[in-house]
Design a protein around this ligand. Structure first.
Ligand code: 5RP
Length: 221
């Protein structure tokens, strides 16, 4: 398949996955909006349904795009629980593990996913992987950076600061067992959040293949 054709397929799949998730949204819901080009397809679909929704956004880009589409977006200090959150992913493993945060928004994305009763992930088929691979996005405090970096091991600073003031970087070392790596990350002081999302956080993943959608169950109950 040519590069252009595979790009067109990927865009069609992003739209298909987004439309499948949009069908789960009902009027009156509180909704978490993820970040990225797949979520960008979700926003106009939702807006066109003219539902009564209260949304929170995981990034400035999503907040702007959602408002432009006509969705009502609130700061995430007025709601303490969400009915549903929908987000994309950089890598999807059949086990339900995800790598997220290529857009540097993984900290807010994880907070929103955890606050939602259901967390739905939407992806094109090129996101499915047999094995999770680096880089894994990280966000950490500027205080004590050299020491945090030394503890982390191979890490590349992106030169990007999150809207919450955290430094965005990528861990480039081996992943191995995702449970062990996530737990090592969780034990590093100064590391605010990492982009490994466990299956326990995920309700369901919609992976589009052409116009079909494959469903992968998460372990969120
Ligand atoms: C941003 C994310 C995105 O969900 C992820 O990067 C996927 O983006 P896209 O839908 O553009 O492929 O985690 O921090």
């Amino acid at each position: 398949m040519s590069h252009l054709a595979s790009e067109a397929t990927s865009e069609l799949e992003k739209r298909t996955a987004a439309a499948t998730a949009a069908a789960l949204v009902e009027s009156g819901m509180t909704l978490g909006l993820g970040t990225g080009s797949t979520v960008a397809y979700l926003l106009p679909i939702l807006a066109s349904r003219r539902l009564r929704l209260r949304c929170v956004a995981t990034s400035v880009a999503t907040e702007r795009a959602a408002r432009r589409a006509g969705l009502r977006v609130e700061p995430f200090d007025t709601l303490d629980e969400l009915d549903l959150a929908v987000d994309g992913a950089d890598q999807v493993h059949l086990s339900g593990w995800l790598v997220k945060g290529c857009g540097g928004a993984h900290t807010r994305e994880k907070i929103v996913a955890a606050a939602a009763r259901r967390f739905i992930v939407i992806a094109s088929s090129d996101k499915l992987v047999d094995e999770l691979r680096p880089p894994v996005p990280l966000e950490f405090l500027a205080y004590g950076v050299p020491s945090t970096l030394r503890t982390l091991g191979p890490t590349r600073l992106r030169g990007l600061v999150s809207p919450d003031g955290g430094l965005i970087a990528d861990y480039t070392g081996p992943i191995g067992d995702p449970v062990l790596l996530a737990s090592r990350f969780a034990g590093i002081p100064g590391l605010v959040e990492h982009g490994m999302f466990a299956p326990e956080l995920v309700t369901e993943i919609f992976v589009a293949r052409g116009r079909d959608v494959e469903r992968i169950e998460g372990r969120r109950r």
